[in-house]
Unconditional design. Structure first.
Length: 173
C-alpha cells in the first residue's frame, strides 16, 4: 500500500510539472523580439479601414495603409501583423512611398465541412502571430542590410468603413 501511494504521488507531481511547462511554452510575448525604436524610414501616416463588398459573397476585410517619408533604398517590407493576423505589406503602384496590407474577413475563408476527414484536410488552420498587440497596434517586419527587423506602430488610426456599391450584373443602366 505504501508503494502504491508513493507511485500515485510521483505520477501526480509529474503531471503537474509537465502541465506547467507546456503552458510556459505556449505563452509567447513581445519580449522575444527586439523592436527597432527609430527605423531608417519615417511613417507620416498609418491607418486601417474596414471594407465590405456590395454583392453577396463578395466578402469583407481590412486594409492597413502606411505612408512613408525618408524612404531608404535597401529596405524591403515583408509582413504586417494586425488584429491577430499577418498579411504581406505591398508597395502601391500609384505611389512608391505608400504600402498596404490587405486582410480578408473571416467570411471570405472557404471552410470544407465533410464527413470524410481526407476532404477536410484542405482547410488551413489559423496561424497565431508571435506578438501580443493591443487595439490600434501593428508590427511591420522588414529586411534591412540582410537582417530581419521589427517596428511597432502604436497608434493606427481607424478611418470610416468603405461600403462598395453593388454591381449591376447585366451592365444595364
Amino acid at each position: 500500500m505504501y508503494y502504491l501511494r508513493k507511485l500515485i504521488i510521483i505520477q501526480i507531481t509529474t503531471l503537474i510539472l509537465v502541465g506547467c511547462n507546456s503552458t510556459k511554452e505556449q505563452t509567447n510575448t513581445n519580449k522575444d523580439y527586439n523592436f527597432i525604436e527609430s527605423p531608417s524610414f519615417t511613417i507620416i501616416e498609418s491607418y486601417y479601414q474596414h471594407w465590405v463588398a456590395g454583392v453577396q459573397g463578395g466578402g469583407s476585410g481590412i486594409n492597413v495603409t502606411i505612408k512613408l517619408d525618408n524612404f531608404v533604398k535597401g529596405v524591403t517590407f515583408e509582413n504586417l501583423f494586425f488584429e491577430g493576423k499577418s498579411a504581406p505589406l505591398k508597395e502601391q503602384k500609384i505611389n512608391t512611398q505608400v504600402y498596404q496590407a490587405k486582410f480578408k474577413g473571416d467570411n471570405n475563408n472557404e471552410i470544407i465541412m465533410d464527413g470524410e476527414i481526407i476532404n477536410e484536410m484542405a482547410n488551413t488552420p489559423p496561424v497565431k502571430i508571435p506578438f501580443n498587440l493591443n487595439k490600434n497596434e501593428a508590427v511591420v517586419s522588414y529586411i534591412e542590410n540582410g537582417k530581419l527587423k521589427f517596428f511597432k506602430i502604436s497608434a493606427l488610426q481607424e478611418k470610416p468603413m468603405i461600403a462598395y456599391p453593388s454591381a449591376n450584373p447585366n451592365n444595364n443602366n
